[in-house]
Design a protein. Sequence first.
Length: 141
Amino acid sequence: MTIKDLPNLRGITPAGRRTTLWAMGLATAFSIALAGSSALAQGAQHAKQLSLTACYYSKDYTGRVASGPRYNPKKLTAAHRTLPFGTKLRVTSLRSGRSVIVVVNDRGPFTKRCRLDLSFAAAKVLRMIDSGLARVSVVVE
């Protein structure tokens, strides 16, 4: 995009043009991000079942999660890189056969080995505390 593409910006100072173009770029990026996340959510709702590796938060972690509140190890929550906050997932351990419903409230995990980060309580239900990692199947509820 150039200034010639935007004739209404010709009378604005160079600093004003930069600010206006930056804001327009930010708005465009934000709308693309929103469209992408809704498409992911729609795609996830149509997905039958996904098999992946899960890990869990430490019981001692006390920081905040990406959606705002403090991490609570007693709640059944999870972190996923792309699913929207509030998405409910049924997570079933392929080893133990036990399942739990968790709510996505954080982003991550940011490792190659693991694609879903569970709260300590959810990991306890799935009996994966000793192993640290577990193969699970995930279904969007």
